[in-house]
Design a protein. Structure first.
Length: 273
């Protein structure tokens, strides 16, 4: 009695396992941010599966997920400038797979489409742009280099994949070239400072000349006014007089020589002989 009962239990467990396996193989779940490719006996359908739950033929059909989220990948590009200097650029490429290209990419490209489609074309675009610039221009105009390389990469890749952006993280030059560029930049800054100082001195000199001309013209105008109206001079003398008369003291014998003009004290301090 024990052996048949044990055999029934084993058979029942096997049947339950087979049933659960069959049930799990008849359903699928496409995760958010992905699209599914239904492959039946090695043949892929022409339409992708959206996010969510669904059913499929057990054992003969598999669902291959394709990520459509934006991703970032590293790329290194060994380039040469127009002055034949080696430049190594460390890049970050932001890209994503559009829905319309999910099936095409699965059928035509093995593995990650970035390695087979994006990376070589981004490197090619960067090399073409840097070949027309000197090493110094590449360092100074990295934003311009980036924009031109991004535009060229988009043209080369087409609309099968979307390249959102290219970030230039680092530009490596030889140590000798870096020192030469740094020395040139320092010299340019010093020259700019010298030009500024020269312009400042010129402006100050011109300002002094203009001020002197203004003062001279003011004196001339004042003199002409006094000639035309001598009473104005007497009016100014009266207005500025403080009530003290000057004392003229003759110098030398017999009133010869220069006279001294001395101010008198206040009236209350004058002593009458």
């Amino acid at each position: 009695m024990k052996e048949p009962s044990l055999l029934k239990i084993i058979i029942g467990a096997v049947l339950i396992f087979i049933f659960l396996a069959a049930m799990s193989s008849t359903s699928y779940v496409v995760e958010p941010g992905t699209r599914g490719i239904k492959v039946t006996l090695g043949k892929a359908t022409d339409q992708f599966l959206p996010e969510g739950f669904g059913f499929k033929a057990p054992f003969i059909t598999t669902i291959v997920p394709v990520n459509i989220r934006q991703k970032t990948q590293e790329v290194k590009a060994d380039c040469f400038s127009s002055d034949l200097q080696q430049v190594v650029m460390d890049l970050r490429v932001l890209y994503r797979v559009p829905e319309k290209s999910v099936v095409q990419i699965f059928k035509q490209f093995a593995g990650d489409p970035f390695d087979s489609l994006i990376a070589p074309r981004v490197q090619e675009a960067i090399k073409e742009i840097t070949a027309s610039q000197t090493a110094e221009q590449i360092v100074k105009n990295r934003e311009e280099i980036k924009q031109k390389a991004l535009a060229a990469a988009k043209i080369k890749i087409g609309d099968i994949l979307f390249v959102e952006d290219i970030v230039i993280r680092n530009i490596d030059l030889s140590a000798e070239l870096e020192r030469a560029i740094e020395a040139k930049m320092v010299a340019e800054q010093q020259a700019a400072q010298a030009r500024f100082s020269q312009m400042q001195a010129q402006v100050e000199a011109e300002t002094a000349v203009i001020k002197a001309k203004g003062e001279a013209e003011a004196i001339t105008v004042r003199g002409e006014a006094l000639k035309l109206n001598p009473a104005f001079l007497r009016l100014q003398i009266v207005e500025r007089w403080k009530g003290k008369s000057p004392l003229v003291v003759p110098a030398g014998v017999n009133n010869t020589g220069a006279s001294l003009l001395l101010p008198l004290g206040a009236p209350d301090k004058i002593v009458t002989p």
